[in-house]
Design a protein around this ligand. Structure first.
Ligand code: GDD
Ligand code: MN
Length: 359
């Protein structure tokens, strides 16, 4: 009787890669949470198992229409799959969630409601009330927290209001996000969406669950893809920071040599050169790297004191750590110096982007 005149309003995009153990339950739970004549589920499948068949079979008993796209040539990995799903979506409101039940489908109504009046709604593990219990072990926790911090430091303004840019659980309004601008690669499509343009974001906390069926496709290779994605999205700021840091290091060495040649003892020469380098680096970075982040009313002195204080503390800690590693015979002095310098570079960059030039 009732004509289906309203059409699809909400599309739920689910990327799957060998999720035969999860896809049926996932579809049922998505359907129970947000199913109906105005909702479709778009499964974008790159599997080698029978995930696509199971999805098609499960679809018959659901209220929502299920569209299964099996990609013969999986381009762009997980990110490419998500974008392919969004391109096929008929609803203006699109939610994306993983196909392994680590993102609870029961959170979809809250997530979609949060989309009201913004461009992107983000289901966050790190917003107050969220949890990342599904990240097994301290190592994955540590890696996740660290990469989140570094990523936020690289895009301080764009990601200012997002606590979890690496989540794969989000919703967006296709009327407000232009898919043609995206160049998907790797595992983290939300990051690209948030970084390409300034978006209005609203977050809802959620608990990232443990995977029970199938296995994760996260790998060192995905990690390298991620680094490439980061560098690609923001080569500017961090490379400028690195360049000035490197020039500073060269100047440091030159200064020490000159002072020693003029008859000064090594230790005071090294300290003076280090302090001079810190001041010059600060001025150059203020001018060339973080210039766009300087708040009009704030005094340069305040930023300088924070930067100078941190760099001094960092140097003391770095030299002590290197000395400890060398004296214990853990590492050769050159390796200890290089390693601690690399760590210090990242720490310094994070501190400057997030604290000294706090957006
Ligand atoms: N179509 C398609 N193609 N789907 C893929 C591909 C691919 O190449 N690779 C992975 N997937 C699917 C998986 O089937 C799963 O549904 C989802 O993407 C996430 O992949 P997992 O293998 O479960 O990876 P994870 O749990 O380590 O990775 C997730 O980490 C974040 C949280 O730490 C990412 O997928 C994020 O989405 C997630 O929020
Ligand atoms: Mn997973």
């Amino acid at each position: 009787m009732l004509e289906e005149s309203v059409g699809v309003q909400v599309s739920v995009v689910v990327p799957t890669f060998d999720e035969a153990a999860n896809v049926a339950e996932l579809l049922r739970r998505v359907d129970a949470a947000v199913g109906g004549p105005r909702t479709e589920v778009v499964v974008v499948d790159d599997s080698t198992d029978d995930t696509a068949d199971i999805a098609r079979r499960t679809a018959g008993s659901l209220r929502s229409e299920v569209v299964v796209i099996h990609r013969a040539e999986p381009e762009g990995g997980l990110s490419g799959a998500v974008v392919a799903g969004l391109r096929a979506a008929r609803g203006a409101q699109c939610a994306v969630l993983d196909g392994d039940l680590q993102h609870p489908p029961e959170d979809l109504p809250r997530l979609l409601a949060a989309l009201d009046g913004v461009d992107v709604a983000v289901a966050s593990r790190y917003a107050p009330g969220g949890a990342a219990v599904g990240l097994s072990g301290w190592l994955r926790h540590g890696v996740s927290r660290t990469t989140t911090l570094v990523t936020k430091a690289m895009f301080p303004t764009r990601l200012h209001t997002c606590s979890d840019p690496m989540t794969g659980f989000f919703a967006l309004d296709l009327g407000r996000v232009d898919l043609a601008e995206l160049r998907p690669k790797g595992f983290k499509i939300l990051l690209e969406v948030l970084v390409r343009r300034r978006r209005r974001i609203r977050e809802v906390p959620f608990a990232f669950g443990a995977r029970t069926g199938g296995s994760s496709k996260a790998s060192v290779r995905q990690g390298l893809w991620f680094l490439w994605q980061l560098a690609d999205l923001r080569f500017g700021r961090m490379s400028g920071f690195a360049l000035i840091g490197a020039l500073g290091a060269v100047a440091n060495v030159a200064l020490v040599s000159v002072m020693v040649a003029l008859g000064m003892a090594f230790l005071p020469a090294a300290v003076i050169a280090a302090e001079v380098t810190m001041v010059v680096n600060f001025l150059l970075q203020e001018r060339f790297v973080f210039g766009d982040l300087i708040p009009g009313a704030e005094s340069t002195r305040r930023r300088f004191l924070r930067s100078f204080g941190f760099n001094n503390a960092e140097s003391a800690l770095r030299i002590s750590l290197a000395w400890w590693l060398v004296s214990r015979g853990v590492l050769h002095s050159a390796i200890a110096t290089a390693l601690t310098l690399a760590l210090a570079f990242v720490a310094r960059f994070v501190f400057h982007a997030l604290v000294v030039y706090r957006p």
